[in-house]
Design a protein around this ligand. Structure first.
Ligand SMILES: *Cc1c(COP(=O)(O)O)cnc(C)c1O
Length: 394
């Protein structure tokens, strides 16, 4: 069955990228390979010409992807309303390439103060060595972003919500301003997943995912993806090809398998998150929960306007005056929640969270933790939290 733009997103997750199956299996074959044989010289030339003309990426050599890659890319394009998608070795690689593909020495990029930490380090330590300057901005800046653009601003980076501090951004507004200023807009869309938000449909040029999280969904895959509109694709493709960035077909098959069940998983992640959030809100030590899907969150109106669901990741801010050692005792006493990086897998995680800030206040130090609600029974999860809060109070 071919993908159909009229289908709803949960259906597209199941049907996207189909049609390359062999022997009537439901899934595409995992085709491993470097060399692709061409029947004639003329055919070799024609495929390269087709690529240069912007046609579908023809299969010419393993580094540019084969049928397994293409099935996954097509599924992403269908979901996001994209022109082309590409898979990279990690979410961080996807962020780094989406930024650097559009800049040269002397250029400038705008990055929200809530950005995923390693992207901040890429800007501060690597882009800067190539003469590219970064200005950090308040993620809630709105139309005021306009005055931060300079004649050399090439990329407006977005992350909504931030994956530690959870501020929602007015994405359609910011993307429209970037376009008016002649800059590319790119968003880290990992929290919303391609199911709950399609940024290209509201004017963003590039949607980036850590497919490591919900797309993979089982804590056994490291992958990033970039989905581009037609405008940004030629320049992005140049960078992807310049570095020879590629992934294994086995990893693409895992990512595609993750997509198939993602709608069902996300429903449960969100339901479990909401149950845990209700529990946290009832604890006297908790100042507030950071989750745009929650009606009390400052980003709730934007979330409701732009997104069709929320995932299982949220922050919990404790009241001031609780010793950091007590917070650590709480986290260390948990037996079901894991202490580990990443999120989006089947398992619940809970870590102390230290967002870095350079242009906005940082009210978080020493009293913020981040929860990933996995797929366990929430009665077992809240029992674990009861034990943890006993340690916090002890
Ligand atoms: C995890 C994460 C990344 C990076 O993904 P990796 O695959 O771990 O490199 C990027 N952005 C956000 C918001 C993330 O949570």
């Amino acid at each position: 069955m071919s993908s159909d733009q009229q289908q709803r997103p949960a259906t597209q997750l199941v049907t996207g990228g189909r049609g390359r199956e062999t022997f009537e299996f439901v899934n595409p074959p995992i085709v491993r390979g470097s060399t692709v044989l061409h029947p004639t010289v003329a055919d070799m030339k024609a495929r390269i010409a087709a690529r240069n003309a912007g046609a579908d990426e023809p299969i010419t050599y393993g580094i540019y992807g084969g049928p397994t890659h293409q099935a996954f890319y097509e599924a992403l394009n269908t979901l996001e309303g994209g022109h082309r998608s590409w898979a990279l070795p990690s979410g961080l690689t996807a962020c780094a390439i989406a930024l650097q593909a559009f800049v040269r020495s002397g250029d400038h990029v705008l990055v929200p103060d809530s950005v995923y930490g390693p992207v901040r380090r890429f800007c501060n330590d690597t882009l800067v060595r190539f003469g590219v300057r970064t200005t950090y901005y308040d993620p809630r800046i709105g139309a005021e972003i306009e005055r931060l653009f300079t004649p050399t601003t090439r990329v407006l980076w977005l992350e909504s919500p931030g994956s530690h501090s959870f501020e929602m951004q007015d994405v359609p507004l910011l993307a429209a301003i970037a376009r008016a200023k002649g800059a590319i807009s790119a968003i880290d869309n990992t929290w919303a997943t391609p199911l709950y938000f399609q940024p290209l449909k509201v004017g963003v040029d590039l949607s980036v995912h850590a497919a490591t999280k919900y797309i993979g969904g089982h804590s056994d895959l490291l992958m990033g993806t970039v989905t581009s509109n037609e405008r940004a694709w030629p320049q992005l493709r140049e960078a992807l090809h310049a570095y020879g960035l590629t992934t294994s077909p086995d990893d693409c098959a895992l990512a595609l398998r993750g997509l198939r069940s993602m709608a069902a998983r996300l429903v449960q992640h969100e339901a479990n998150a909401r149950t845990l959030i209700a529990w946290f809100k009832a604890q006297p030590e908790v100042e507030r929960v950071l989750y745009p899907g929650d009606a009390d969150d400052p980003g709730h109106a934007l979330w409701k306007r732009d997104m069709t669901g929320a995932c299982g990741l949220f922050g919990v801010l404790l009241k001031t005056g609780i010793a950091e050692a007590k917070v650590h005792a709480f986290i260390d006493s948990l037996q079901l929640f894991g202490r580990g990086y990443s999120w989006g897998g089947f398992e619940s995680l809970l870590i102390a969270s230290f967002p870095e800030r350079t242009v906005t206040p940082n009210p978080f130090t020493g009293r913020l933790f981040r929860v990933h609600a996995g797929l366990e029974d929430t009665r077992d999860l809240t029992a674990d939290l009861e034990r943890g809060f006993a340690a916090l109070r002890g």
